[in-house]
Design a protein around this ligand. Sequence first.
Ligand code: NAP
Length: 283
Amino acid sequence: MQILDGRKVASLILSELTNEVVLLNKKNVQPKLVIISVGENPASALYIRAKQHACKKIGILSDLLKFPENLTTEALISTIQSLNTDSSVHGIIVQLPLPKTISTPLVIRAILPKKDVDGFHAYNLGKMFLSTEFEDLAPSTPSGIVRLLEHYEITFEGKEVTVVGHSNIVGKPISVMLLNRNATVTICHIYTKDLAKHTRNAEILIVAVGKPGLITADMVRSGVIAVDVGINRLPDGSVCGDIDFLNVSKKATFITPVPGGVGPMTVACLLENVVKSAKRLNI
Ligand code: NAP
């Protein structure tokens, strides 16, 4: 069994990005990411800190705009519109989840697609849907998964892939990205009748649900490549994924740890989008 080491692969991506930022700086371009956060959410605060820390490490400026819980959809959209026209800003992300009183689809739609470095806008998702050639500002978690597996020379063509979870930010886009790479993809969700039947069929199993221990060793085949996207905080403060790592790792050929697997790759791919966007907006 081999660990898919997201920290190691992410640090390789970040060091390449550092060089690209230096080149941009020589052309008087300073890549800048603006993160918008609404209300108080300890998990979101942790993710934001990780993104800002990584930005600082590679020379990307990052601003955090914090708003109270009672912010309206209209006020948030108006902030986004002014960032859309601010030429010093190359990437805008709205930390999800937003409070229930705010319309997430309207807010995401307000972001200029060229600055949508999370890749959640319908325009960028639509491009990703067309084929690998059109993938542009692709969502960072699915991109991170693809990059991580590619680093370990894992191929997708003709593989049986099962994705558990069908969210717009992980499950659906990773399914499309792997379909574009000619995998045979099965997507499971809360209404799937026999989850284990589908997970056992998988040569590559990708789990993005948010339920600790959802995938047990009896639910995977020998030799599986297991990718755990879940991030769950346990009552003792420790963090784990959705896969029973200890037991599934005994049957797997490759497996991602949590933490240290998909998480760091997500951050690296997000920053890659910021650099891409800074380059393009300054051509
Ligand atoms: P989400 O929007 O809550 O989606 C969870 C998905 O899991 C939904 O499609 C849901 O189906 C499905 N589901 C729930 N219970 C299930 C069950 N028992 N069997 C099969 N499917 C089930 O979550 P998300 O944003 O995709 O995130 C998923 C997890 O990944 C979370 O732990 C999150 O923290 C983590 N995450 C990690 C990263 C990273 O960088 N590592 C990035 C993003 C998210 P229904 O919609 O039908 O209920």
